[in-house]
Design a protein around this ligand. Structure first.
Ligand code: DC
Length: 230
């Protein structure tokens, strides 16, 4: 199999994969692509426009009409029809909407094309749920990052509090995380799943710096093995 110059990082929410992926990309000096932000942006925008997600017609019309932009020249991470959604998509209610919208085959198909075109001929770290299995099965380096449910809920809690949300209930968060896992792993199209050739990294008891240096070493070895320029 010929390999492409994508580093695929998949895993459940709160596993620390975003932080890890971002840091790894900056350490290697390459592009970072957050695919969760794309599902979030579509979910936010569809909700604002009152799109009926049960209607195939409305969803496909919505997808046809929008202009999605990732990492724009003015520094915004993600925009739809010119509106910068980079902050708005991080609200707790958007997580739920994103999980729902990510189960719609037409949405996944739309983003699959978008993600492939973004990474075309570029070396990058792409982070999501199905990057190593569906979007770039030929990625030269793949990781599946995970952590226990309790640790993941606690990380989400800290993040929400840091973002100014004070009414967060830890027990509810644990339930939300478990429910989201079930949805992400149980959906029919592109479920959250470790690729057979991905390396499993459990970050529950690992310091961030150790995770990054472990991944960076592994990527460099693979790059040498497969002749990929970093
Ligand atoms: O990583 P995140 O929490 O920002 O992702 C938001 C939602 O999008 C989450 O419910 C899973 C979904 N998602 C997905 O189905 N496939 C991806 N490649 C990335 C995210």
């Amino acid at each position: 199999m010929s390999h492409c110059s994508v580093i695929a990082i998949d895993g459940p929410s709160g596993s620390g994969k975003s932080t890890v992926a971002k840091r790894l990309a900056s350490e290697l000096g390459i592009l970072y692509i957050d695919t969760g932000a794309m599902f979030r942006a579509l979910a936010y925008s569809a909700n604002e426009r009152d799109i009926d997600l049960d209607s195939d017609y409305e969803v496909s019309k919505f997808l046809e009409q929008i202009n999605l932009e990732y990492q724009t020249s003015d520094g915004a991470l993600i925009k739809i029809d010119g509106e910068d959604l980079s902050e708005k998509i991080r609200a707790h209610h958007v997580s739920k909407l994103a999980s729902i919208i990510s189960q719609i085959p037409a949405v996944r198909e739309y983003l699959l094309k978008f993600q492939r075109s973004l990474a075309e001929s570029k070396t990058c770290v792409m982070e999501g749920r199905d990057i190593g299995t569906v979007v770039f099965p030929e990625a030269f380096s793949k990781f599946f990052i995970t952590a226990s449910i309790e640790i993941r809920a606690k990380r989400r809690y800290d993040q929400l509090v840091e973002n100014g949300q004070s009414d967060v209930d830890m027990d509810q968060l644990i339930k939300d995380v478990a429910k989201r896992d079930q949805k992400d792993m149980g959906r029919e199209v592109a479920p959250l799943k470790k690729a057979d050739d991905a390396e499993l990294v459990d970050t529950s008891q690992m310091a961030l710096d150790n995770v990054i240096s472990h991944l960076a070493d592994s990527v460099k070895k693979k790059a040498l093995q497969f002749g990929i320029d970093l």
